[in-house]
Design a protein around this ligand. Sequence first.
Ligand code: UDX
Length: 459
Amino acid sequence: MYDITVVGTGYVGLVTGACLADFGNNVTCVDNDAAKVERMKALELPFFEPGLPEIVARNFNEGRLHFSSDLAGCVRDSQVVFITVGTPPRADGSADTSQIYAVAKTVAQNLNGYKLVVQKSTAPVGTARDLIGWIRKWAKKGAEFDVASNPEFLREGSALETTLRPDRTVIGAESKKAVEILRKIHKPLFLLETPMIVTGLESAELIKYASNCFLATKISFINEMANLCEALGADVQMVARGMGMDGRIGKKFLHAGPGYGGSCFPKDTHALSAFAKKAKVKSGIVDAVIAANEHQMDRMVDKICDAVGSPKGKKVAVLGLSFKPNTDDLREAPPLYVIAGLKRRGVKVVAFDPISMTKAETLPEMRGVELAADAYDAARGAHAVAIITEWNEFRGMDLARLKRVMKKPVLCDLRNIYEPAEVEAAGFVHVGVGKGRPAGAGKARKAAPKKATPKRKKR
Ligand code: UDX
């Protein structure tokens, strides 16, 4: 077991630190925000994540997990340093890696014996190799260290599950010693037969971006199919099911909806596009995925506005603010984008989210948005209810009660969690995503293009 420092206590750092401690290592999570460190010592965590408070408390109380703001001291006391700091997007979409380099400089200046520096923040391909030179530059001559890349595939809302039982572990390392240490650290996962891929630094880094961009591609693709379904009278859930049965395609990440959000897909697609451009490589597919996602969120605004007739002055209840359920993360959350669009169209928005309202309150997108006590409170006097994040408590609402409090019974189910027939039977107008109506029944059908004029025969 190792003495490990994990630098940065965002989602990745805190979850990684807690899990490494749970594997039996002696872990210190370091953050330069001293107040945050004090709160964590009092077991107040900076974000909501199911199961995390328990695993943090257990390891903290049993003395395997510590919190500190003394990076230099922690580095000197560790054999392994994980860098898990933020890489926020710059204006041009590229990832800002300055925090990684700042941490690496302190690590370099405190190398008092061999240390393995594990780059775990999502950073452009080439960062890990670049860090070798950077650390050498700031370290004493002859200092011994290795740099490895160990990308994370953590999903918010199920962070522990995806960290403790991942589909795979990726180790990018070029010395036997580094590979050995990372193998040992991840040993408990091999007992669960988690496959491991050991590869070079660049490949490991690209695996992370390629995976996220591919998943984003699946989502944008099915959203495009959903739009086709609406125009052609098909049902995207059936289409996704039929596609997913093909083992080569797989059924996951084929849920049509308002577009993807969160701290990863939007940022990573833009970052890949930026480093592809720098490498003079065309990233047409990923660029199209980004554009399709923005288009999808715009379509959601149109959908809701169409559903209420003329939008100006109408009241819409938005259910769900976080980018997905079981998290209070509002980064790039589609509901916020949709709310901004609705407000621009003159809609009066009332919102409810089970967990993230306190965080949402201060955001500029939420200015002028009324916050409700629950879904029914939000729906009071509304011309439409729009479910944008599929929290469990929105799945089984009492539709009769909802209808009673609303001005107009319109349900925009942007996550397709209700059966249209059930909603309509309760007296609602149902609006889903990709739930086309068969010939003649839908608006889109009426708007179908006239018979094409027969092509002239080619000579
Ligand atoms: C993602 C990756 O899944 C994870 O492996 C990586 O490490 C970080 O990025 P996360 O951002 O936590 O994780 O959420 P995820 O569950 O992947 O959802 C991302 C977004 O896509 C959400 O807005 C979600 O609603 C949306 N989504 C997902 C869809 O619209 N349809 C789907 O079928 C799946």
